[in-house]
Design a protein. Sequence first.
Length: 163
Amino acid sequence: MKLYNKYCEGMYYVAKRFITDSYEAEDAMQEAFVKAFEKLHQFNGEVTFGAWLKRIVINKCLDKLKAKKMELIALNEQVMGTVEEDENWSIEDGIGIEEVKNKMEQLPEKYKYPLMLFLLEGYDHEEIAEILNITKVASRTLVHRGKKKLQEALKNLRHGTGY
């Protein structure tokens, strides 16, 4: 119970970023805790317990989304090619985190989830590829395109044209 009490609120907010319905997010978080407790013997201390649990919560959320026929689109790598990382990516001053999150929520799913994992959760492309069952090239491409779409949506927000 100590572990649950320590992490339940934070893990709920992680789940809520992926599943907007609060009951479904809580359900995913609860199922993730059950899975984590069943697999506790597999926790080897390589990462913090919180990071390990967070990964389980995210995977459970993605499983639930897939189960609802909201599958991520598999992309043809030959069409995508490679993408250069845009290290100078930025948004205008005065745009708050809530505005960024709201605009990110409106992105197509194929961009939203990789971008959330990259920008909000801090995962790298190798981890994103593993979590979403895509390649690192696909992760880079989806994150890059998602950033461009998000940046455009935020630019429109400031110039009054909406999204």
